[in-house]
Design a protein around this ligand. Structure first.
Ligand SMILES: Nc1ncnc2c1ncn2[C@@H]1O[C@H](COP(=O)(O)OP(=O)(O)OP(=O)(O)O)[C@@H](O)[C@H]1O
Ligand SMILES: [Mg+2]
Length: 461
């Protein structure tokens, strides 16, 4: 729509399009600014006046009333003198309908907000594979700042663990205009790993030409952790089955050997033979203990569960541990919540777990190179709506990071030969799991270790 507007604001002339759209055919000239949306009116007028006084063109974006509707327009004002003699000042006003542009802008803002606030890390790269956009989640997940990422190749976030063939295949797929999906391991700025499913898609322009690429990550960390836990649980289970078999097969012959040794001992007076037989007996006792532990782990829990007072079990376990000579310089601090309800357990077994963990704690303290006067073991028991939580913290030598998973495996021990069989924690783990509980460990080398047992308040039977 084109208008010629007089300096006081009235329309002097207009083109056909303006006449049609504003429905002004055969009507008296009107004030142009009456068509401008109310809230913008005075500002539009002041831009208009400024162009007149400066004799320079000006622009203003607003909305015009057209047939009771408001239409987005861009106004351009171009002032000129019609002829110098008449001194008649007119302004050429050009109103361009920008409804479509506004709509597109709105759409863009909407998509931008979706991308920016998505929980999935998103990146957009140009044709050269340089990042031109990253959303908030990408920044948070990668640990880099926006400035550190823009202009870089997304490789900065990669772990380098996938082969170059893997990435070649991705490039082949997306440069042929197709979408690629794969699982990748990324590396945060602090070097920690971040597992995601990555979707990369080409961005096509309106002619169908590739103009860039976008990638969306889906966090898989939790899935990976669960998978790892599942594998660990399955491994423990299969070891349990194996152990039950071995215990059974070895246990019986061992009992016969033990009986035979006793018979042989009784029927000889030869001190040499007798001494050797005693040695055989003590070795058999050791093997029997290992077999008993194996049986403990794999014992099907068809024993009857009884409501058990956890606090009493803990107190007794602490008393049993304190009796050992190694424990004499260690202070035991026991803090038990009185609100813990009775739980359906097998009292002997859960106590065995507590004693196992406490004896390990005593060992970990006495194995330190130098002992202070403040060596202690802290035992606490608390409960919430779901779990009873029992924790055992010691000031012992701690566990090396690489051993943290291994300590629950059978026969893993760092103790001198003959001192530990490496079955204690394995058996404890089996017992706690049989009560549908969980046994976890946290440790700092040379600082101490904490074992946490969680037992469900309402185990499903
Ligand atoms: N509180 C602790 N502090 C430091 N290391 C520990 C602690 N508890 C367990 N460990 C480590 O875990 C290993 C395995 O423990 P586990 O109780 O299974 O076997 P063990 O104590 O060596 O032998 P046993 O079968 O006689 O208990 C230990 O050898 C030790 O290295
Ligand atoms: Mg032990």
């Amino acid at each position: 729509m084109c208008f010629l507007v007089k300096d006081e604001g009235s329309i002097d002339m207009m083109n056909q399009s303006a006449e049609d759209r504003l429905n002004l055919k055969g009507k008296n000239p009107e004030i142009f600014f009456d068509y401008v949306e109310l809230c913008d009116r005075s500002e539009a007028e002041s831009v208009f006046k400024k162009t007149l006084s400066n004799a320079k063109p000006g622009e203003f974006e607003t909305r015009l009333f057209i047939n009771t509707e408001l239409i987005d327009v861009k106004l351009s004002f171009v002032p000129f003198l019609l002829n110098s003699s008449s001194n008649k000042k007119l302004t050429f006003v050009y109103a361009r309908d920008i409804t479509n542009e506004k709509q597109k802008e709105l759409e863009l803002i909407r998509f931008f907000n979706v991308a920016e606030n998505s929980v999935n890390p998103i990146q957009i790269t140009d044709l050269n594979g340089k990042m031109i956009y990253v959303n908030k989640s990408f920044i948070n997940s990668s640990g880099y700042t926006k400035e550190e990422l823009i202009g870089k190749n997304p490789r900065v976030f990669g772990s380098g663990k996938s082969s170059s063939k893997f990435w070649d295949r991705m490039w082949d797929t997306i440069s042929s205009g197709k979408v690629w999906v794969g699982e990748v391991e990324n590396k945060r700025k602090d070097n920690s790993a971040f597992f995601t499913q990555l979707l990369v898609s080409p961005i096509l322009d309106k002619d169908g030409k590739v103009s860039g690429y976008f990638g969306i990550h889906r966090d898989l960390s939790e899935k990976r952790t669960l998978e790892r836990q599942l594998i660990h649980t399955q491994k423990m289970e299969s070891i349990g089955t194996l152990a039950a078999g071995i215990a059974h097969e070895v246990g019986n012959p061992l009992a016969s050997i033990s009986a035979l040794v006793q018979v042989a001992q009784r029927s000889t007076d030869d001190p040499f033979v007798n001494e050797k037989l005693s040695l055989v007996k003590s070795q058999i006792t050791r093997i029997s203990k290992i077999i008993r532990d194996l049986v403990d782990f794999s014992r099907p829990s068809n024993y009857e569960l009884h409501l058990t007072n956890i606090n009493e079990s803990i107190k007794e376990a602490v008393e049993i541990t304190k009796v050992g000579t190694k424990a004499k310089d260690i202070s035991f601090i026991v803090e038990l919540s009185s609100k813990i309800p009775m739980l359906p357990l097998i009292a002997d077994q859960i106590q065995q777990v507590f004693v196992n963990i406490l004896l390990n704690a005593v060992d970990a303290i006495t194995e330190k190179s130098s002992l202070t006067k403040e060596e202690k073991i802290i035992v606490t028991a608390t409960s919430d709506d779901e779990f009873v939580k029992i924790s055992f913290s010691d000031s012992g030598k701690g566990i090396k990071e690489e051993n943290l998973q291994k300590i629950f495996e059978p026969f893993f021990t760092t103790k001198k030969e003959g001192r530990g069989t490496g079955l204690g924690l394995w058996v404890s783990y089996g017992i706690v799991k049989s009560f549908q509980g969980d046994l976890q460990v946290k440790s700092k080398l040379n600082k101490g270790t904490t074992f946490i047992i969680k037992l469900p308040m309402n185990p499903s039977l």
